[in-house]
Design a protein around this ligand. Structure first.
Ligand code: SAM
Length: 188
């Protein structure tokens, strides 16, 4: 299912461990950005280098992807479940291997509400399962927050028009079957 109109999509990365999760958290933010999320909130240990990486990629390849550190993720979710900022509740999607299969869950997601997609790192608090409107699995085997987010977002968002979605960057990749082709937009 790819949504024709999309609400604001944020990703909440729980339990970041600055040393142990450096690469996977960095890839998680790049995946969120590349597959159509508007924003990522980094929770757990503070890590300016992850935010710098995401902002640097957005500067070079365009788009308006936002990122910030979140020091009270559960408070954020409790508030969001009541008021997403427009006086209406938001939709909390928790990706977990224990959840409902994503293909069954997707049609039930309310696309008229802003959403936060929650992925874990260290042990995910039980309250997250209770706060979530949807606990969704990408298969019921353990794999990774990056693969889970990529598959879920691609199924939710569908194809992305790079030129429209990732506008005002410095560089643009021209898909090419036989060689690397990158255009420096500022020199066009
Ligand atoms: N140890 C953590 C726990 O038990 O809560 C989870 C570790 S897991 C490697 C990190 C995250 O990847 C999970 O919190 C979940 O968001 C995501 N994940 C892993 N496998 C998944 C699956 N089959 N379906 C959906 N999400 C998955």
């Amino acid at each position: 299912m790819s949504a024709t109109r999309l609400p604001h999509i944020a990703v909440l990365r729980l339990g970041h461990r600055r040393e142990r999760d450096k690469r996977i958290t960095s890839h998680l933010g790049l995946t969120a950005r590349a597959f159509g999320a508007d924003e990522i909130y980094l929770a757990g240990e503070e890590d300016p280098s992850a935010l710098e990486t995401w902002n640097s990629v957005s500067k070079r390849f365009g788009g308006n992807f936002q990122c910030r550190y979140e020091d009270k993720p559960l408070s954020l979710l409790r508030k969001f479940s009541k008021d997403s900022g427009n006086g209406e509740s938001g939709s909390i999607i928790h990706l977990t291997m224990y959840g409902e299969p994503w293909k069954e869950a997707l049609p039930k997601i309310n696309l008229d509400k802003p959403m936060i997609i929650v992925v874990g790192g260290t042990k995910v608090p039980g309250e997250v399962y209770r706060l979530a409107n949807h606990n969704i699995s990408i298969g019921n085997q353990p794999h990774s927050e990056v693969s889970a987010l990529a598959i879920f977002l691609d199924s939710l968002v569908g194809d992305i028009d790079d030129q429209a979605h990732f506008s005002d960057g410095e560089l643009r990749v021209i898909p090419n079957a036989i060689r690397k082709q990158v255009v420096n937009i500022e020199e066009e």
